[in-house]
Design a protein around this ligand. Structure first.
Ligand SMILES: C[S@@+](CC[C@H](N)C(=O)[O-])C[C@H]1O[C@@H](n2cnc3c(N)ncnc32)[C@H](O)[C@@H]1O
Length: 231
């Protein structure tokens, strides 16, 4: 996870159109749950979607990494935010919509934990509510040995990030960051233990959680979207 780079997360992902994605999420929620008022964003990271979604819904966030959540708390100070693991958090309340975006579900790594996460998120849905999950890559899209690099610049620092996808179990990403500012350059390595899941594995998890499923191939960012409706 972003255990060493939480404070640089927003710079690294500044290319993402969180406002546009949130508009699409809102549209999908309103299409499926016409009177939706409450929304829980699971693995909310630094709160970028929450900032926009909270204009449409009463929002709550859950996130495993306290440092990421602290940044979210600065961004959306008026929203309830909780540290929790998507596989077993228990807020004791239910929502009209639950979202899990930007492939966060891939961090569950195994089919067993992915199924636990889907069931746990479904548990937090009101009857008629909607679970929306943006998946991680499928095995077909996972390019073993793929190397990529990107550079990000702000007024305060420059980050060059190189990543390689390793053929470990269901896939592991190793990320090397060179972070430079007026004091010099530091190097940080992060290993992201993730799991690719097949389309059928996602479908099965939604079915096991008692949800009616719809899959949109394009989704918000080209990775697709799974939508589950609780009866
Ligand atoms: C790619 S980031 C996405 C963050 C945010 N949803 C966004 O769109 O910017 C993945 C997030 O999942 C969180 N995460 C990983 N495993 C988790 C778990 N088991 N439960 C909750 N959050 C988790 C990470 O800490 C990280 O913030």
């Amino acid at each position: 996870m972003f255990t060493k780079t939480a404070k640089h997360y927003d710079a690294v992902y500044s290319y993402k159109d969180y406002e546009g994605e949130s508009e699409l999420v809102s549209k999908l929620v309103h299409e499926h749950v016409s009177n939706a008022k409450t929304l829980l964003d699971v693995a909310c990271g630094t709160g970028n979607h929450l900032e926009h979604l909270s204009r449409q819904f009463d929002c709550t966030g859950v996130e495993l990494d306290p440092e990421m959540l602290a940044i979210a708390a600065e961004r959306v100070p008026n929203l309830p935010l909780h540290v929790g693991d998507m596989c077993d958090f228990d807020l004791g309340i239910k929502f009209d919509a639950v979202t899990c975006l930007f492939s966060s579900v891939g961090y569950t790594k195994t089919v067993e934990r992915m199924e636990q996460a889907i069931a746990n998120m479904a548990k937090h849905l009101n009857s008629g509510g909607m679970l929306l999950v943006e998946p991680w890559l499928t095995p077909e899209a996972w390019l073993v040995g793929n190397i990529d690099s990107e550079t990000y610049k702000t007024d305060e620092f420059v980050i060059t990030r190189m990543m390689v996808s390793e053929p470990v179990e269901r896939g592991r990403l190793v990320l090397e960051y060179l972070i430079g500012n007026s004091n010099g350059i530091s190097k940080v390595t992060e290993t992201h233990e993730m799991g690719w899941f097949t389309h059928d594995e996602y479908l099965n998890a939604f079915k096991k959680a008692g949800l009616q499923i719809e899959h949109l191939a394009e989704g918000l960012t080209g990775r697709g979207i799974y939508i589950g409706i609780k009866a």
